[in-house]
Every structure is written in structure tokens, then in C-alpha cells.
Design a protein around this ligand. Sequence first.
Ligand SMILES: [Zn+2]
Length: 156
Amino acid sequence: MTQTSRGPRIRKSPKWLEARRDALLERKGELEHDLAPDPSLQQQPEYLSPEDQAVRERENALQTRVSGIEAEELGLVEEALGRLDRGEYGFCQNCQKQISDARLRAVPWARYCTRCQRSLAGEATARDGGGGKDRLRRASTNLQDLLGDREHELEA
Ligand SMILES: [Zn+2]
């Protein structure tokens, strides 16, 4: 009698899962550190020139956008740690199939398999593979754009 596989089967070794947990915890620590309030930003000088005030406001706006991206990622990391604890880690949240090892190594907090990620993200990201990695790459591209804009404005 041949064994037919129905539904997800966990084939990951405990060692492999621990490595993913380590990666997730490391990322979580980085994100929490980044998201912690910076004491230097809390200390408002008594007087800011209008120019300084404008720069400060732009910096704050930039920081808010960065924090939004990082807070979103932190949420994904925490979700993934929860799935690890429940023994559900590594399965697509959409189709319940196993997410590839390569994808999980690259994006330990991935929620979806590459296929579902593509269909959920739509055609725009399908071309370059979709996935959380691309989302992050887009996020960092946005950051570069923002920083570029800011430098340009300061020069003007
Ligand atoms: Zn899937």
C-alpha cells in the first residue's frame, strides 16, 4: 500500500526550523530597535528657524513613512513566530501548500508561496517574481526616492 499525501506534511527538521526562528528573532530585534522612540528626536530645541522647522517636519514625515514600513514588517515577523510556535510554519496561508525552503531562507516571514504571492500581488509584481523580498525592495526603493527628494530639496 502506497502512502498518499493529503494535506500538508511537515518535513522540516527541528534544526532547520530553529534557524528560521533565529533569523526571525534577529529581524524582530532590529525592527524593534528601529521603531523604538529616538530620545534625540524628543528633545525639541527651544527655537527653530523656519528653515530648520521645515527640515524637521520633512524628517519627521520621512521617519513616519519608514516606521510604517517597518511596523508592517514587524507584524509579519511576529505572525511567523506565532506560526512556528503552533507548528504551522512554512505553509502558505492561502493554499496551505509548503513554501519552498529557498523562499523561506530569503524571506523567513513569508506568508504565501510564490505562486499565491504573485496572484495576490497582481500582475505588477508577477514579472519580477513577486514575494515579500520584492515588497521590501520596493520599500527600500521608496526610501531611496524619499532621501533623494529630500537632498534635492535641501540643495534648492
Ligand atoms: Zn499558496
